[in-house]
Design a protein. Sequence first.
Length: 639
Amino acid sequence: MNTGIKTHNNNIRIIISLIASVICVIGINTNIYRIAAPTEYSIENIVSSIEINSFNAVMAIVGSFFLSYVALCTIDHNMITIGFRRVSIAISAFYSIMIPIGKAYRYDNSLSLLTLNKSQIVKTFMLTIGWMILLLEAVIIVFRIMRYFYGSNDRKVAAALDYTNNVFSFLKNKSYLIVIIMVLRYIPIYILYFPGILMGDTGNQIPEAFGYMINWSGLQRVYQDSTYTNMHPILHTLMYKWFMNFGKWVFGSYTAGLFIMLLVQSLLLIAVVSGVFIYFLKKSGSPGIVAIVWICLMANPIVTNYMLLATKDVLYTVFLTLFIFELYLSIRDEKSMSLILFIISTIGTIVFRGEGFFIVIISLVIESIYLISKKMHSRKIIITGILSIIFYFALNSVVLPVCHIEQQSSNEHMCIPMQQIARYVCNDYPFTEKEKDIIDNVMDYDSISEKYNPTAADSVKNLYKTGVTNDQKKEFIGLWLRTGIKHPSTALSAYLDNKYAFFTLDEPCIWLYDLDWSSSRMDGINAACKEIDIDLNLRYPESLADLRREHFTIMKVCSRMPLVDCFCCSAVYTLIMIMLFSFYLLQKDKAGILTMIPVILVFIIPNLFGAVNGSYSRYMYPIVVALTLEVLIFTAKER
């Protein structure tokens, strides 16, 4: 009798899974960009918008059927609780709704594509439902796997983990291979891309380091005898000068000095990351998980692209990763925590990013409260927090003024208000003359329509005027709030247009820094420094030009291959982050939540409150690396 009931339930699961997989494949492959000429409702238009060939359809249905069946088994056997089911629905619904929203904003920077006619409304619904089914299946299965690490008796998950652990068990006694393989993995990058890949900020930092005056937007200079500013971390700017002068002194080449600096950045990152992997390899009961995460990190095109990239974000990521790791040790393994490394990591995080101070202090305050409430040792945390505050204010109130180094412009903090005001201007909002003057006091009103970029606030941010007073900023913020209250849909549309890429899973959006851009930066740097009689002569070796270009082309093509392209999708990382945080909340794991706080703050402050969308890898890069650590923390045995 029991066997009959199980067979009956299994038959129902098979039928439901088959139906769900067909709906899922049809929905996901619905092309809402294909708009028929007639504006009436048309079945033919809807059917013709489903773009998938027979072979791909069969393969997709088989894959979706498997996910549906496993997800239904997970629910039927109560392998996840009601709370997890509700959160799974919420997460899946949010990300599936963001798919058509993202497509619409990519099409014409508005939602009009979704409601153009009845056919478009139906296709939008089909697309959303298709993604909803796929994501719900995937999230439920992932939660099922995650619950295994919290004591669930799941024999199938245990068997799969045992298999991967057996495959990679040799790493337990040969952890040094982690370091050796990582270095060998990136040696071709060091050779082919000598002296490094340059990006936009480098084009300003290197000339400024050698004494060239940069006209920064919104910066009111106080010290006329100095060219140095803290628009980018001054230490990083000076490092360019120190290393490049060293290269000129030792090797007779500024180019060699730049390479040495970028190589040091890269090796520091490898040292910290490999150290973290080795720690969890020895402590964790899941060497297979550690090995898989390690392989994924090395296969990640973004990480590869940054291994010799001239940007402060590499060093920032080094110290942020170390900070999160020491934070974890202070909660889970306090005896292994190094106070010196913890202090170094906090200072490095503060020095190499403007918002680093707030990320550090908020994280330390929350952890101190937790440790005190648990009557655990909090002395190291409190000492580190006090030293961090002293360092931050000493740097900004004493060191920078004494050294005549200009402070950072406040235009970074005005990105969202300026971007939304610009949207109103471009939409011909009827501002009064007084309101126009309020706007013009802060940003060049007449240039807004020309400079406005819906997906990135950098262009509008650069309209920020020099010498803006606090009263003028208050008036501007007040106008922005009043206008937003009157017309919230326009403000929301401007924000979504600027941020949708963080939550749209349908296509990879993160672009890699390329060679042409880097070469143009080198030319600009050489030209700027020649104006101050310094011949840097930065260039790529011609002997490797063809091989270098072929390698980069292959890397770009590989970054858009199935599965690998997931590494270049910002929404994948936000989904992982949200799932981890949600899991900790549902499990009421306060220690787990604490380790996630820095990553959440890194996402919120520079990304959700910043100038860029999800396609700008520099702001997502710290999260990409930090999430590998978070996954290792989650699967650690000592929990």
